[in-house]
Design a protein around this ligand. Structure first.
Ligand code: GLC
Length: 850
């Protein structure tokens, strides 16, 4: 089976379709409130309340993080999903005030008001600003929480200027306000998937190629409510820890609403008021990306095609001969024998270990796909083993569940069972023993072809559970088992898994790509806000297929796509079965040169990117971050969804429209230096950036230091340079700025035992005086070869600097000195042209003089 894609017309929805989407509201008819609060009990970390037939529990995790739970049939589900992974912190101080009408839980950062007659909730920060407020119906009755059987609906107030962010992998605008969404992991290109998944109320009028299609592959029930007043934009985050099908309605006036089809109400409330703080708290709860191996940050070459080993080898050779960096070659389903997972095609890959070894000689690694669908075929060892060990999903009657994937009739591991995960991990470990470096897991929504998924049941602790409970978590658990298999095979190595589907917490186990996109300008454009939304939904390691998966891009689109894709956290070429070649060199010499430059730029930036990955793994911060993340109080930054910061210090403004040779870019406050021309801009305004086909608008942030390699290596394998280049972007304004450089062996877990160098830079500017201090921590690592640093100054034209009290000559803004990860302090005197005090015309003239 090659594909069964609907090749019907793509494109944007008509206005009629759009209004259908907005009309798909949550119907609460017959839902009922809980009733009155009957009793209250203070607990070690909050409150327990009797409300009607149920109990409500408030847990204070931190002064600004609450967990709210409502029982079902009087008991609480303490592990509603596999999303969370935190150790419960010691309860922070809080106070409870009980009055006849309400009970208040107060921490240093917030107040939760619980009305008693009837039950309703509202939370405010210590300054009185709103975190959430239950909504009321026309008669004034609270409708914050309503239930019907096992389903529940939560409705809260929303003000006219508010924005909603998050929900992970969704099409459309970054600000979710004005649309409704469903959370149900979906193989979007399967033509019947909405019908097969009973998603009639979803956006069934549109094909999976639409820029408005919903639902998508990954479901992350995390959203942010941004309340905007004249003075401030304040963000609160909400994570609903529920794996059932969810619906979010952000299209109404005056309220927002969400509903889950089953499971308990468990909600984490992150008070903010910064998006950054809320995301960090969310990733405390659901975990953070483990630092990946450095090669995973390189360029990846993939294609859905039945290659032989020689053909793969030949592609690698092309990359080397054409001087286009590449770390990883990928094998799609054609490497298997009849699409049987954990097999190799006997004639295409007769000797996989030898083939992989030969690739390594050319400094390539290999990643293979592994789908969850196990061919139903007695005699096929994986199937026989799965059946014998009772680790495959069953139906309600106890029969084997059968779906349809690439090999035809397929069975599915029951990843909810620990034994199934152990079995799968052992299969992965055996598979990668041949030398495979990482695993790509796909079709894990799970995609079951033309067969409905609902008969697939799951077994938790010996109890049979309906499909709906774990559907959205199937990929999360598959990713967990897969990364455990990789870790078992290479115990001291970091793992790399790429997953199509996911749920909250997926970042702990896998990177993700945005699934099957199309080679058209709209899909390039939408990949930007989609990736940014994944970033603020806890998944920093994200990127889209370059230059679009389905159909053939024009040379111009191919060029624009790689320029953007090379500056996203995950950078992989991939294209669909039967399409013409779409390698960097397939579009003629001009595009090839553009691709080379784009990918070489990524490779030069690897020290910076690698550091950003380490920061993300420590803090939960995104790597590609929306401007609102760093400039929340700036309205135009909040509204920007076509540009982003890559790490803290680079602003990327991709060109996503055909024929454009310039574009408007919003630069937030601060100094911004055009990466290509060195032109300096004062932020807080729009500029028009030149963008001829060979240039993606890219700006470095004043005050920051961007570490780079002196030249792009062809691969990260064995690349341990003796020289690093630090680009120093001096700001026009006074201030103190922090940057970092993380160096380690790039592969093992030795960093977690202190085997790294971490350089903390502090750049300070006071008028004409600027200084840079570098403080190194960490115990170092055996592979470290650096002997020197070269500093390239942007915004300093002096001839001399002082390094640790010693004068050093600067030639054309460049200075080089020995450094093997030692601290240093550097001082420089900026000429008058940089004086902050310069005003108006004088300032403009001075800037021009630069
Ligand atoms: C799915 C994946 C795609 C892959 C194809 C064949 O469509 O999303 O990336 O190439 O399956 O495995």
């Amino acid at each position: 089976m090659k594909t069964s894609l609907d090749r019907g017309a793509a494109s944007k929805p008509s206005s009629e379709q759009r209004s259908t989407m907005v009309r798909m509201t949550i119907d609460c008819t017959d839902y009922a409130p809980l009733g009155d609060v009957d009793w209250i009990e203070q607990t070690e970390r909050g409150l327990l309340l009797g409300v009607g037939e149920e109990k409500v529990r408030v847990d204070v995790l931190f002064p600004d993080v609450l967990r709210l739970k409502i029982s079902q049939a009087g008991s609480f589900d303490e592990s509603p999903t596999f999303a969370t992974c935190f150790e419960m912190p010691a309860p922070p101080p809080f106070e409870v005030r009980d009055t006849p009408d309400e009970v208040v839980v107060e921490t240093a950062r917030l107040r939760l008001h619980i009305s008693k007659h009837p039950f309703a909730m509202a939370a405010h920060r210590e300054d009185g600003s709103v975190i959430f407020e239950d909504d009321r119906d026309e008669e004034g009755n609270p409708r914050g929480y309503l239930q019907l059987n096992d389903a529940f609906v939560v409705t809260r107030r929303m003000a006219p200027g508010d924005s909603m962010y998050g929900l992970g992998e969704k099409t459309g605008a970054f600000d979710r306000r004005g649309r409704n969404f469903a959370l149900w992991n979906t193989d979007i290109l399967h033509p019947n998937v909405l019908r097969l998944n009973h998603l009639h109320e979803a956006d069934h009028t549109l094909s999976g190629r639409s820029t408005e299609f919903d639902p998508y592959y990954t479901s992350i029930p995390l959203f942010y409510h941004c309340r905007t007043t004249d003075d401030a934009a304040m963000v609160a985050g909400f994570f609903v820890d529920n794996g059932y099908k969810g619906n979010f309605e952000f299209s109404a006036d005056g309220y927002y609403r969400y509903a889950f089809a089953g499971g308990q109400y468990t909600e984490y409330v992150f008070a903010g008021p910064d998006l950054r703080g809320a995301l960090r708290a969310y990733t405390f709860v659901t975990g953070r990306m483990a630092p990946p191996p450095i090669w995973a940050l390189g360029h990846h070459q993939c294609r859905y095609h039945d290659y032989t080993d020689d053909e793969i080898f030949a592609i690698g050779k092309q990359y080397r001969e054409r001087d286009i960096p590449c770390d990883v070659l990928w094998l799609d389903i054609g490497y298997m024998d009849g699409y049987r997972v954990f097999t190799w095609h006997p004639t295409r890959y007769p000797d996989a270990p030898r083939f992989i070894d030969a690739l390594k000689e050319s400094r390539f690694r290999l990643v293979t796909i592994v789908d969850p669908g196990v061919k139903v075929e007695p005699g096929y060892p994986v199937f026989d083993e799965g059946r014998a060990q009772n680790v495959l999903c069953k139906t309600e009657s106890g029969n084997l569940y059968i779906g349809k994937v690439w090999p035809g009739r397929s069975a599915f591991p029951d990843f909810v069972k620990p034994e199934a995960r152990t079995w799968w991990a052992s299969l992965i470990a055996r598979h990668v023993a041949s030398g495979v470096a990482g695993i790509w897991i796909d079709m894990n929504e799970p995609a079951t072809g033309d067969i409905e998924p609902f008969a697939m049941r799951f077994d938790r602790d010996g109890e049979d559970h309906p499909h709906e409970r774990y559907h959205n978590q199937f990929a999360l658990l598959m990713a967990k088992a897969t990364s455990e298999g990789l870790a078992a095979a290479q115990p001291d190595h970091r793992t790399f898994v790429l997953s199509r589907a996911g749920f909250a917490g997926i970042q702990r186990y896998a990177a993700q790509w945005l699934g099957d996109n199309c080679s058209n300008w709209e899909h390039l454009q939408m990949s930007v806000p989609m990736a940014l939304a994944m970033g603020i939904s806890g998944q920093p390691f994200i990127g889209a297929d370059i230059p679009g998966f389905v159909s053939t891009p024009s040379p111009e689109l191919a060029a624009r796509w790689v320029q953007c894709g090379a500056l996203t956290p995950f950078c992989r070429y991939h294209n669909h079965w039967g399409e013409p070649d779409q390698y960097p060199w397939s579009f003629g010499p001009e595009v090839e040169e553009i691709c080379r430059n784009a990918i070489q730029l990524r490779y030069r930036l690897l020290p910076y990117l690698y550091t950003a990955f380490f920061q993300a793994s420590a803090s939960g911060d995104p790597i590609a971050r929306p401007l609102v993340y760093d400039f929340q109080q700036d309205r135009r930054a909040r509204e920007t969804e076509d540009a982003y910061l890559l790490g803290e210090a680079l602003l990327v403004a991709p060109v996503c429209v055909s024929g454009r040779t310039e574009r408007r870019v919003y630069l937030p406050e601060g100094t911004w230096v055009d990466w290509h021309t060195g032109e300096r801009h004062t932020g807080g305004r729009f500029i028009t950036a030149k963008a001829p086909l060979d240039r993606i608008p890219l700006f470095a942030r004043g005050g920051y230091i961007i570490p780079t390699y002196a030249s792009a290596p062809e691969s990260t394998m064995g690349h341990t340079p003796e020289l690093l280049v630090l680009h120093v972007f001096l700001p026009d304004e006074d201030g103190e700025f922090s940057s970092e450089l993380h160096e380690d062996d790039g592969l093992t877990l030795a960093f977690s035992r202190g085997a790294y160098h971490r350089t903390a830079f502090r750049l300070t500017r006071r008028g004409a005086a600027a200084s840079i201090s570098a403080v190194v921590s960490g115990g170092g690592f055996a592979e470290f070869r650096r002997r020197a640093l070269r500093l390239v100054f942007h915004g300093f034209r002096g001839k001399e600097i002082t390094l640790d009290g010693r004068a050093l000559r600067v030639e054309d803004g460049v200075v080089e000195f020995e450094n093997r990860a030692e601290n240093f302090t550097l001082e420089l005197e900026l000429d008058d042209a940089h004086r902050v005090a310069a005003k108006g015309g004088e300032r403009k003239a001075l800037r021009e003089a630069l």
